[in-house]
Design a protein around this ligand. Structure first.
Ligand SMILES: C[S@@+](CC[C@H](N)C(=O)[O-])C[C@H]1O[C@@H](n2cnc3c(N)ncnc32)[C@H](O)[C@@H]1O
Length: 322
């Protein structure tokens, strides 16, 4: 007698009594008990005990079996009901484990109560959750943590990495190798360096040390794009913010050059021009310099919204506008 036999007996009751099958659990265990005892008394273990002159006690052996499997059968029944409502459940004690899969870590963070440096997970036998609201946002180059702060404000689960973190919740990591399983992120936002115009660190792995006039810059960003593609769930979207460069009378269309690389892995959802407002170039001094040296004040960045293709992606369905 194993758990799968109990499940089979329950499924049998379901065929007979439909959604009232749970009322027959005691009956299932009564029937299982007799079978279990028969099996036990015929088992090599019971035979060994007899050979040693002892009396095998089937009732004694049944009790722990019943104790362990009663809970598992109840969980099986509840899970079926919950999944029919597009929800999921997890035994509460599982959430206390280390290295949880991303979906469960989201559930954990939603439940945990923080007291300063300490955190407490409320005691629960079973946690029911909606997987649809468990989306995880990842920013592989989170810098000072704008994405992290915005996600927290909006109640979203977020994981921020950066080679040189400037925010207590950002994890130090090279974006060329993101420590997340395949197909685990629901949205990736990335605001990568635009070239070597800003010095972020002395770290040789810092992509912001490579000029955008050098093809290596795009090659290294492509490695990050491949990682983003790996961690994204199929059909999910990433948004990449980047700007062009105009330095010493030389214009580099950084956005277009990166976009070209991204199209190897992603399909385009939309290209957005993000207008810069109140930035340091919006001053009299920069207006003067622009006129004097005959250059255009770059007033926008690109936001590439791109999707990891889903295997089942069908034909595009055009929306009809009235
Ligand atoms: C434009 S900034 C990001 C700014 C960020 N959105 C914020 O809110 O502060 C680019 C970031 O890329 C990071 N970076 C550069 N090379 C990296 C690499 N190989 N792996 C991870 N982060 C990197 C830099 O440290 C910098 O913080």
């Amino acid at each position: 007698m194993k758990l799968k036999d109990l499940i089979e007996m329950y499924e049998d009751k379901r065929r007979q009594h439909g959604d009232k099958a749970y009322l027959y659990i005691s009956e299932i265990f009564e029937e299982a008990r007799e079978e279990y005892k028969e099996e036990y008394l015929a088992s090599p273990r019971a035979q060994r005990l007899r050979a040693e002159g002892k009396v095998p006690d089937a009732e004694q052996s049944w009790k722990p079996f019943k104790g362990a499997n009663f809970e598992k059968l109840i969980l099986y029944i509840i899970r079926q009901e919950i999944e029919s409502l597009n929800l999921k459940c997890v035994p509460g004690n599982l959430l206390g484990r280390k290295n949880l899969p991303i979906e469960l870590s989201r559930v954990y963070y939603n439940l945990v109560i923080k007291y300063g440096r300490f955190s407490v997970l409320p005691d629960a036998d079973l946690v029911i959750y909606n997987p649809e609201t468990c989306d995880v946002v990842v920013d592989p180059m989170a810098g000072s943590g704008t994405t992290v702060d915005v996600c927290k404000e909006e109640g979203r689960e977020v994981i921020g990495y950066d080679l040189t973190p400037k925010h207590p919740e950002i994890i130090q990591n090279n974006a060329r190798n993101i420590p997340l399983p395949d197909k685990s992120a629901d949205l990736v936002f990335i605001d990568s360096p635009y070239g070597d115009n800003v010095k972020y660190s002395e770290n040789p792995e810092d992509i912001g040390r490579i000029s955008c006039e050098d093809e290596r810059f795009y090659h290294e960003l492509e490695k990050v794009a491949i990682e983003i593609h790996r961690i994204l769930k199929p059909g999910k979207v990433m948004a990449w913010l980047i700007g062009d460069q105009w330095v010493k009378k030389n214009f580099t269309p950084v956005g277009f050059k990166l976009y070209e690389r991204l199209t190897k892995y992603f399909e385009t959802v939309d290209l957005i021009c993000v207008v810069r407002r109140g930035q340091s170039s919006h001053t009299g001094l920069w207006h003067y310099r622009a006129k004097k040296n005959n250059f255009y004040l770059r007033g926008f960045k690109y936001l590439f919204i791109m999707r990891k293709p889903a295997p089942s992606a069908g034909k595009i369905k055009w929306a009809k506008y009235k």
